[in-house]
Ligand binder design. Sequence first.
Ligand SMILES: Cc1cc2nc3c(=O)[nH]c(=O)nc-3n(C[C@H](O)[C@H](O)[C@H](O)COP(=O)(O)OP(=O)(O)OC[C@H]3O[C@@H](n4cnc5c(N)ncnc54)[C@H](O)[C@@H]3O)c2cc1C
Length: 361
Amino acid sequence: MTAVTGISTELVRPSDLAEEVVALVRHWLAEGAKFPVDAAAAQLAGVLKDPHGLEFTVGFVDGVIRPEDKSVAARNLKTLVPKVPSFLPWYMKSAVAVGGHLAPVIPGVVIPVARKVLREMVGHLIVDATDAKLGRSISKIRRQGIRLNVNLLGEAILGENEASRRLEGTHKLLAREDVDYVSIKVSSTVAPHNHWAFDEAVTHIVETLSPLFRLAASSSPRKFINLDMEEYKDLDLTVAVFTRLLEKPEFHNLEAGIVLQTYLPDALGAMMGLQEWAAARTANGGAPIKVRVVKGANLPMEQVDADLHGWPLATWGTKQDSDTSYKAVINYSLTPERIGNVRIGVAGHNLFDVALAHLLG
Ligand SMILES: Cc1cc2nc3c(=O)[nH]c(=O)nc-3n(C[C@H](O)[C@H](O)[C@H](O)COP(=O)(O)OP(=O)(O)OC[C@H]3O[C@@H](n4cnc5c(N)ncnc54)[C@H](O)[C@@H]3O)c2cc1C
């Protein structure tokens, strides 16, 4: 009781915290600088600072690593030679230059070497999900006291077969003893559905995802599933699937999560809707939910979609608007009574926003 009476009930306004935010970020940066920098991470950061860095890296992954046909990969490697970032060490630059010219002649020799060299640069970001390697990687990361949210990588899928393969993959991951938290996207676990048949799509997706949620609910201790968000067109659908799933009596006590993207003007309204829904659920003895608040990673695709269809852009028009929206959602959510219904995950790389959320919390 004493601890509770010590909490001030007066709400702090974000603008009151500006100076404290800056001081906290300075403190974090000073503390962070005491840790050694991972060599591969430093290299990738350097490459991405180059004006051609992102184009080169994406071009390499899409054009050289992804194609199954080595002649296609070889032709693409050649086009990347003029864009090689100056930050790469000389031996990597020479490998790309020489490899780019030789690749079309002897693709079978050059392409595997080029893939291996460049893979080292991004290898620390991705874990191999094959059974033989996954366990070792998970236990290495967990040794550092880190809890893992495991996400089977892959973008939107096009057919039933790939959809069930992806869902089965996530099911297999969640069934492992060393995995207690997975993230999935609705768009990568069910085949594309008809957006005009909203209710039918929700019912179908809820039935498709129920076994996964059943696995989480029947595990001891319970496991956690998060529904990730990607495209704007899936926002309402994902929220409807999430709430409908958790309204099933068997999931009344299961805590689960969803993502909201604050670069969407709809984010605050969606958060208020979820808060209201979750408040009724907890008042009824149900488990709270978690919302991961992000700004949104799908901006280029939303822009292409709007352009192609001649539609207004679904997101806010400027970064400042998205930043403001992020703060508004966080500020709305972090009150003592609301966090009892909706736990907030603050996801982002922007230290000022993370510090603000930390202080508001
Ligand atoms: C742990 C974690 C989980 C994540 N999960 C998801 C997820 O499930 N779904 C998802 O979509 N993203 C996810 N993200 C990515 C996130 O949405 C952001 O893209 C990323 O974190 C960069 O935003 P920031 O606030 O960290 O950085 P900042 O540099 O402060 O912000 C960059 C962001 O601002 C926004 N922005 C930039 N320019 C404009 C513009 N012209 N108009 C409007 N908005 C603009 C974009 O959202 C851009 O990503 C996740 C990130 C983390 C760290």
